[in-house]
Design a protein around this ligand. Structure first.
Ligand SMILES: Cc1cc2nc3c(=O)[nH]c(=O)nc-3n(C[C@H](O)[C@H](O)[C@H](O)COP(=O)(O)OP(=O)(O)OC[C@H]3O[C@@H](n4cnc5c(N)ncnc54)[C@H](O)[C@@H]3O)c2cc1C
Length: 451
């Protein structure tokens, strides 16, 4: 049987491509190496609680896609608050009347706040940031307030890239309207609900998903993708879509000789961001969580300084970290709650002992975000970047390709006819769930228009 599309990888990018193609009546087959869908966006059961091992912060623009696919209601979004702290200053998202108070707490007067509002509005509404080369320069133009400048650099944590090396569009991505991260939600059933619903669209429309299936390679003949080789057997397809990341696709699933040299040169700019470690914890609700606040972030004195130290292979004194407590958003009444601490790990070889020591230090520091947190932890599991790869099958970098000021992201169609990439390493911008889902839709549209 010849498929219209074989999709490698059941992450959000691959599944979204499959869902849109299946709905258009195409024969789509997804092959996934793990035993379930989701990739870097899924929930697992640990210590009797549900944890989101990757993404756990979603922007409201994702809801448009699920509405288009008829699955918005089943997604059941729960809106939540984010609390960001640096020293004694704090800021919470979504913005509202309290934002004025937050800025006052950072020592800004009414005039400065007004000017900042106008500058931010101008950047976001008229896309002025597009004409500014780097994120650092954009922040320079917005404010000189020390706390706010660091909090504005939050995109660096997600892109795994020093703020000075980030493109300016990250500002709109994090604080603006690109994907609606200024109004965050999490599905009531956890992040794994997103891939599950995409998978159900594929199945309801006659498509197939095979788990524990890892193709040996993509078959490319005469400059065109013809299918995949799975356990030595050729499977034919009109189109092959890889949701496994552009570098893995070109270097592991295909052969670099299949691509023009100019294309390969451009891949040289595609550098992996920093990896994360997570401490999955179960803690007593005696710790003082803020109702409705799922994400708590602690900022260092200098985000740029933190990145320099991480790049040099060491943990900084005041490493940035995030604590996620989805139970606070869901309003769970259980005696014990689930919380995940995430922090970046330095480049190079870092021993498990060093990561364990940092995890212990950061668990203690989490008390300044959630009073009484550390003394109420009853159980915890550390997951290092190596553990992520071994247990969950992915590298724990939020952005496998850290967007820098130096490069343009690839379009979804590769130079090989019939070979597409979906997922967070191709357009549109931003190494996040929203960009992965949108890239899958872009692949499907491309294929449907081609016929
Ligand atoms: C710790 C962490 C926290 C994050 N937090 C957020 C967040 O809060 N908000 C947000 O928007 N984004 C977040 N992200 C990023 C987000 O998770 C990703 O951008 C998104 O899930 C990526 O989807 P994808 O489809 O591009 O790739 P992936 O999720 O990586 O999917 C690729 C799939 O392909 C499979 N695969 C790989 N190779 C093969 C092969 N050879 N054969 C078959 N299958 C294969 C993998 O198993 C996987 O299922 C986070 C990421 C991490 C790691």
């Amino acid at each position: 049987m010849k498929y219209d599309a074989i999709i490698i990888g059941a992450g959000l990018g691959g599944l979204s491509a499959g869902a849109y193609l299946a709905r258009a009546g195409k024969r789509a087959l997804v092959l996934e190496k793990m035993s379930g869908p989701g990739g870097r966006c899924r929930s697992v059961e640990l210590m009797g609680h549900r944890f989101d091992i990757g993404a756990d912060y979603f922007g409201k623009k994702i809801l448009d896609i699920y509405a288009e696919l008829g699955k918005k209601k089943e997604l059941d979004p729960v809106w939540f608050r984010v609390i960001a702290k640096r020293g004694n200053s704090s800021m919470s998202i979504p913005p509202g009347l309290h934002t004025f108070r937050d800025f006052r707490g950072m020592g800004m007067n009414a005039g400065e706040i007004g000017k900042l509002g106008l500058r931010m509005g101008g950047q976001i509404m008229f896309n002025r940031y597009r004409k500014i080369s780097g994120y650092g320069e954009l922040v320079n133009r917005l404010t000189q307030n020390g706390s706010l400048r660091e909090i504005f650099s939050v995109g660096a944590f997600f892109s795994g890239n020093n703020p000075e090396n980030m493109p300016s569009h990250w500002f709109n991505l994090v604080f603006g309207r690109t994907y609606g991260y200024d109004r965050p939600f999490i599905p009531r059933a956890g992040s794994g609900r997103l891939p599950e619903l995409l998978a159900s669209v594929i199945r309801e429309n006659g498509g197939g998903i095979v788990y524990n299936a890892q193709p040996d390679r993509i078959i490319i003949r005469d400059g065109r993708a013809r299918g995949v080789l799975l356990e030595g057997r050729e499977m034919e397809a009109e189109n092959v879509i890889s949701g496994t990341g552009i570098l893995h696709t070109v270097y592991s699933l295909a052969d670099r000789k299949d691509f023009p040299p100019g294309f390969i040169d451009t891949l040289g700019y595609y550098k992996e961001g920093f990896s994360m470690a997570s401490v999955f914890t179960v803690f007593r609700r005696d710790a003082k969580i803020t109702p409705g606040a799922h994400i708590y972030a602690m900022f260092p004195a200098s985000v740029s300084g933190m990145f320099r130290t991480l790049k040099d292979g060491a943990f900084p004194e005041d490493n940035m970290f995030v604590v996620s407590v989805p139970d606070a958003a869901y309003g769970t009444r259980d005696e014990h709650l689930a919380g995940t601490i995430k922090f970046l790990v330095p480049k190079g070889a870092v021993s498990r002992e060093a990561i364990e020591a940092e995890a212990g230090r950061i668990t203690g520091r989490a008390d300044s975000l959630i009073e009484g947190f550390s003394e109420n932890v009853v159980d915890s599991r550390l997951c290092t970047p190596a553990d992520y790869a071994a247990r969950f099958g992915f590298t724990s970098s939020i952005s496998p390709v850290a967007e820098s000021v130096n490069y343009e992201k690839m379009p979804v169609a590769t130079p090989v006819r019939g070979l597409y990439c979906a997922g967070s390493t191709v357009l549109p911008v931003g190494g996040c769930t929203a960009s992965s889902i949108l890239s899958g839709r872009a692949v499907a549209r491309h294929i449907l228009k081609d016929k």
